[in-house]
Every structure is written in C-alpha cells, then in structure tokens.
Design a protein around this ligand. Structure first.
Ligand code: GAR
Length: 209
C-alpha cells in the first residue's frame, strides 16, 4: 500500500474525495497548519491520525517547514499530497520531498498561478477554466502536470458558481492522479509527466461531462 500524508489548511474536500475513492493507499496522517481546519476534524472522526502544527507559533518559514518535514517523515510516506494547503513551501522543504509531492491548483496551469484564480479567469474573459494536479517544484505552481480538467465558463458565472463547478472536477482528477502515482504509472522526464502503460488511451485532459 502506498503510504500518503495529506497537508491541508481548511475545508478538506479534496482530502475527503481522495479518502473515499477506494484507492490502493493508506492515509498515514493528515497535518494542518491551521488547528481549526475542518479537514482535521473529519480525519479524527474516522480514526485517521490528524495533527495540527500552528505556523504562527514558529519564528519563520524555514523553522516551521523543517518541523513540518520532520513530522511528515515520521509517517514514512511514499507520497505527500497538498490538498488546499495554503502556505508557500520553502525550497528546502520541496527538495526533501521532490518527486513525491503533489498539489492541486484551481486553474488550468500555467494560466492563473497564485490566488483568486476564479475571479481572474472571469476578469480575463477566458471561455475555458479548470484545475490541475501537478508535481511540486521550487517554481511556484509550475511543476510537471499530471492531469487537468476543463470547465466551460458561462456568461452568467460568478466566482462562486465557477469555483463550485471547478471543485467538482478537482474531486475527480485528484483521486485519479493519486491512483496513477500509487500504481507507479507517473514518470517525470524533461520536466513533463509521462503516463506509463496507458493501454486504455485514457486522456490526461478530462473535459467536463
Ligand atoms: C481547492 O479549490 C484547491 O484547488 C485550492 O484550495 C481549495 C481547497 O479546498 N488550492 C489552492 O488554491 C492552492 N494554491 P478543499 O480544502 O475543500 O480541498
């Protein structure tokens, strides 16, 4: 079984989608930098080890990230999943987990890295928006792309309605990406992800539908 540690900061709906997808993984621990994160409470109710590490109690990012990395490694993960983890990670942290660190981002990267992606997509007038699962590298929101889902933008969309439709797709693609990782099917070459043994010719782009 692939041992997974999940990092989150809030609601935890992507964590729940992964936990409930029947994947060949063991969620060894959930860790949040926010003690009140709903995702932590959900994990505890299900007997999944859940830890809060409050970043406000640490002197700076380097000290916090070193403590966080030690806590993660205690659980001997094969994979670390960022599921709405809303803090920038230091380069030293990323180097410790590179190649086994996934993130989900609510846009079709490399468009709209950073925050407020749905507002920015609407302001630009893009007709297609979406979400991306990617390996994390030191280059913020620019690591090798594993899978993306496209979501058509409607004329009457608000950031909230668009976010809701994108989130529904996040809940499809993140479990899929974790499954591929657990099956050993994700190879990174020249900064790009190759999906191995793709005999079903499953597309890496999953349009809404
Ligand atoms: C998700 O929409 C995720 O894509 C986003 O935060 C939300 C977390 O929701 N992540 C980022 O913006 C990372 N830069 P969740 O806690 O319900 O999974």
């Amino acid at each position: 079984m692939t041992r997974v540690v999940v990092l989150l900061s809030g609601r935890g709906s992507n964590f729940r989608a992964i936990a409930e997808a029947g994947l060949p993984i063991e969620i060894a621990a959930v860790i949040s930098n926010r003690p009140q994160a709903a995702g932590l409470a959900w994990a505890r109710e299900r007997g999944i080890p859940a830890t809060a590490l409050d970043h406000t109690e640490y002197a700076d990012r380097a000290v916090f990230d070193a403590r966080l990395a030690d806590e993660i490694e205690r659980h001997r993960p094969d994979l670390v999943v960022l599921a709405g983890y809303m803090r920038i990670l230091s380069a030293a942290f990323i180097a410790r987990f590179e190649g086994r660190l996934l993130n989900i981002h609510p846009s079709l990267l490399p468009m709209f890295p950073g925050l407020k992606t749905h507002e920015r997509a609407l302001a630009e007038g893009v007709k297609v928006h979406g979400c991306t699962v990617h390996f994390v590298t030191a280059d913020l929101d620019h690591g090798p792309i594993v899978i993306q889902a496209a979501v058509p933008v409607r004329a009457d969309d608000t950031p909230e309605t668009l976010a809701a439709r994108v989130l529904a797709q996040e809940h499809r693609i993140y479990p899929q990406a974790v499954r591929w990782f657990a099956e050993g099917r994700l190879a990174i070459r020249d900064g790009r992800v190759n999906l191995q043994d793709d005999s079903t010719s499953q597309s890496v782009l999953v349009p809404e539908g």
